[in-house]
Design a protein around this ligand. Sequence first.
Ligand SMILES: Cc1ncc(COP(=O)(O)O)c(C=O)c1O
Length: 360
Amino acid sequence: MNKFADVAKKSVMNIKPYVPGKPIEEVQREHGIKDVVKLASNENPLGPSKLAVKAMEKKLKFVNLYPESGAYYLRRALAKHLKVKENTIVFGNGSNEILTLIAEAFVSPGDEVMFSALSFVVYPISTDTVGGIAIQIPHKNFSHDIDGFIKRLSPKTKLVYICNPNNPTGTIVTKNELEKFMSTVSPKIIVALDEAYFEYVQDKNYPDGIKFLAKYPNLIVLRTFSKIYGLAGIRIGYAVADPDIIEIIERVRPPFNANLVAQAAGEAALKDKEHLKNTVKTNNEGRKYICAELKKLGIEYVQPNANFIFVKFKENCKVVFEALLKKGVIIRPQFDNYARITIGTMAENKKLIKALKEIK
Ligand SMILES: Cc1ncc(COP(=O)(O)O)c(C=O)c1O
């Protein structure tokens, strides 16, 4: 029992702390194995863009200085890349920070915050941090139940998080579903559309949230440099929205939250089209390979749209997780028999499949 539990905000004591993927070094230490692959945190297996690394190295000797708080050069480059106005962007210490800033800016204690019950674990944390009431809509075939969302909207609803593609299940909300939701929801309800895995999706029915912004000023689209751009460790993400929404988020944004090195990394990564192309290709091939092998092994999975696969093992996921650790493969257990596996390089994917065959 925490001796300050009665001093902390009640809503904060409701929070189930975020459990990160198990680090490689920990498995090496605990199991005495050298060759360990981490397929647990949806990171880019090809590493960061080389252009980004060069740009970061150049900036290291200037870290005695605060960064430009408005991220001038990154903002200019990103606005051009996305074909949006510069005043429609806010940067974060990862998009994770912006998810929480949105709750801080818009949700008062007692307001309802709606999201899918089987979605990104940061939504309940952000909600509880500000004393919002979490309204969790049960999933429909592992996907967002958009009709269920619509039915549960109330005068108390202040914020809705939609994760597209959804983490951990990899499902998508289609263009038609997003249009249906946005055209039904009150323009005074903020909709945070989390597109952390946007660049990986191949399905033609997948919407580009940014194209919805002109029609729906209550929409906020979040993306990140952590996933396809391979910059998870340096922490840089962003949101795009109506300038009036951005102006409100800016009020709660900590100064200098997007650090000097990260700003340079993001700007350079946007130029590295080759790295992006290679990552998509590696992911497409890996996705096809793992799915085919899982099928042969009789392991069920949800059709993936991003760089991870939501699987259902025949045994409890913790049992499989521990057995795979001993083989030097780290996956992310979820609940019951379900786990999430990140798609790696082909060598990593083969190591995973070999280990799954051995522990069968
Ligand atoms: C759906 C989703 N949104 C947001 C994030 C946060 O990413 P970051 O803070 O690294 O930009 C993640 C990271 O795992 C994620 O899976």
